[in-house]
Every structure is written in C-alpha cells, then in structure tokens.
Design a protein around this ligand. Sequence first.
Ligand code: MV4
Length: 463
Amino acid sequence: MPETSEHSAAAGHRFDTVLIANRGEIAVRIQRACRELGLKTVAICSEADREAPYGSTADSFLCIGPSSAAKSYLNQDAILLAARLVGAGAIHPGYGFLSENAAFADAVEKAGLIFIGPTASSIAIMGDKISAKRAMMAAGVPCVPGPDTALPDDPAAVERIALEIGYPVIIKAAGGGGGRGMRVVPKADLLHEAIALTREEARKAFGSPSLYMEKFLEHPRHIEIQVICDDHGNAAWLGHRDCSMQRRHQKVVEEAPAAGIAPDIIQPVGMACVQACLQIGYRGVGTFEFLYEDGAFYFIEMNTRLQVEHPVTELTSGVDIVQAQIRVAQGRVLDLTQGDVTCEGHSFECRINAEDPESFLPSAGVVTHLALPAGPGIRVDTHIHAGYKVSPYYDSLIAKLIVHAPTRAEAMARMREALAGIEVEGISTNIPFLRALFEDGAFARGETGIHYLEQWLKLRRAA
Ligand code: MV4
C-alpha cells in the first residue's frame, strides 16, 4: 500500500513508548510486538514479580506495588504515575486486570495518554450485557431469543416474557459475563425465586440489580469471531474460533477455525459483526462470542480486549493481532481489507496451567526443569524458564502451546507430538490431562460442546 498522510499516525496519536500494564506471557507477547514496531517498552511488576524475565528485556522496569494484584496490576494511580515517570505515551492493558475497565481507559486518555484498546464508551456499552445486546440487535447480529431490555419488577410481566420465550430460560445479570451472575430456570414455578436470588447476587457482586432473560440453550458450542477496526471506518473479521473446551468457565483448549462449520454459514455472521463494529464506531480488537446450536448462531457477549487465545487466529489468518492492535491505536489506517483475509489450515492452543491435575488447585513453586517443544508449526508463548518461581498470587497460566498444520487432523497430531515433548518439572501442571484429551475420539471427530470437557472429566474420574 502506498504511504499517504493517512497511513502515518495522526497528530495526538503519536507515541514511541508503551507501558505494558500486565504480567506473565502476555507481557512478553506485547513487548515483542512493540519492539518489532520500533517502540520502546516499559514493564511494570508487583513485588512477587521482581525477578520476572520480562523486566530485564524491557527498556524500563518499575515495581509499582505489593504482590496483591489489587495493590499493583489493578492500581490505576500507580500505573498512571509510572507512565508519567518514564514518559510512556501509551498503555497496553493486555487481558484481565484493567483491560475492560472503562474508568481506567477514560483516566488514561484524561492523563493525555493513549489507551491501546477501544474507547471507554465502547468498553462501557459492552460491559453492560443488556446494552451490548441492544447494540447488536440494532446492528443485525443474531442474538439469543429474549428482550434487549432489563426485566421489569412486575411479576406478571416477567411471567409473560418467560412464556413468550418458552422454558427453559436463563436469568443473567447485566453486570455479569464470563459465567458470573446467571441462573437457569427450567419451569415456571421456579421463576420468581431464581430472579430474586440472581438479583441479590448481582447487587452484591456487580453493584447493579439489573437482570435480563434469554432462552436457555442446552447443548451449544462456544464460537467466537475476532475483529479488528481502525478509527477511519475500516473493520475486518479474521475468522472464527471454537472455545467450547472449558471447565468452570476457564477455557482449556481453543482452535481455529471451528470444526465443521461451513464458510457460507459463518460468512454472514462475520459480516454482521463487521457491520456492528462500523455502526457503533468500534476501534481496536474485539471478540464477538456466540453460542452455536442446531446450525444457528446466537450472540451472547462482546469482549473488548485482546484475548488469551488470539494466537490460533494469528496462525490461521497470518495477521499479527497485537501489532495490528497497536497500529490502530496509533491512529493508523488498517493495513488490510476483508478481501486480504484468507484463513489457512488449522490451529490448536493448549493452556498449560500450574495446577494439580486431579484437584485443579493452583500449584506454586520453582520450575526445576523445562523443555519446550519446537519445530515447524509449533509456537510456545510463555514467560517461564528453568528456575522460575511460580507465585500463588495470580492465575495459573504458565504457557500456551500453539500448533498450526494444513488440516485439523494434522494439527491434532502435531499437538500430540508437542505435548509429548514438553517437560515441566518442580510444579504440577495439567499437561498429563491435555495429553489424555488429545487421545479422545469424540474430540478428534469435532463432536464437542460447552459441556463436553466436564462430562469427559466426570467419566475419567469414574473409570
Ligand atoms: C448461555 C448459555 C445457554 N443459553 N446463555 C456462560 C458464560 C457466559 N459468557 C454466557 N454463558 C452461557 N450463556 C444462554 N442463553 C450457556 C452458557 C454457558 C457457557 C457459555 C460459553 C462457554 C461455556 C459455558 C458454560 C456454561 C454455560
């Protein structure tokens, strides 16, 4: 593409130093993207992460608080002060922590810095699951049957809504998401109690009693669509992922593309997501989450952050999502059009967690030995090394093992080989469990759904 004035960063968007407000593998991943773009990096850490290797590879490294995340990685004032001290022009929030905090995005912009992510207003709209659904319905994205408004207080009115949807229904908190604040109602006589309980939970957990109701889908798959948008009215979707392999709302294995979904079925859904982004003026990377059941897609939530599983889309689409995310934050025009996006082959990601393989409890300690697999189509995103001390303070993700191959069967074989070659000693990990999962016949046939893994674990325990 020719270099025009539009391709350079717009005034006010320019920055040459990025503060990475995160830790672990994603801090390493973002640092790499920054360096490749010629940007300087600032790493921050808590006291528990003082020895973190991502500290020594950054241009500056500041300890911003004690081990507790609330006092370090979630401490907005400390992060803004650190950015001011080192002269960072932008803040990348990574995932988790402050990545979907509209008030933080707003505070960053008010401090005269760039928040590498969507506008505070987009984050706020998607953070409220009712306003997110309303925006999506208005943009023609297919949603789960049910109103895009909060449940009324009148008992007779909610009964009518449930009857119109048809049981079973699900009650969800507007402030929830990711599996928090929801309750299934199988039949009418349980409706009011379910609403009362969920409302109290919502009030306590999210500070808002606002609820909504949907048809409960009993055996869906979790399919998501990755989008990237710039500030100039350009948006594209980069294909889809299946993230059904989860336990207690924690994804364990993700793949791209979702198995067995024909391009002509997903294509209109992807285009509807792009249309929705343009309609709401979305900027940055985003993920549309859908439930997929009996050949139909139903929008449930939009994530306004870079996601853990972004690498499977990077390997199939060939787009460096983190670089693209930073470039659009600089005000640059998206350097790809929908026509340029061609997804090739198949990719899997395994989340390697430091946890007990039976109880799933986090396992802290020193990694005494580490061997990582390598070879064509194998990628490992990690921050650990032999001698690394896994601390009990943060989530248990220690590495992501990602493979890419021409077909799904070949990608599975490649993952089996990679899992056979990975060695982590000194702490417990879920590697034995991942090895067993990749020997499972139904998974190999693509016969999965959001309940598959928990059922598989139950059967395995019984055996
Ligand atoms: C649902 C559903 C069935 N029907 N909504 C859970 C997490 C949150 N993102 C939405 N969730 C669900 N919403 C309707 N109308 C089932 C789930 C659900 C789920 C969704 C995706 C991945 C894993 C899940 C595990 C249990 C329940």
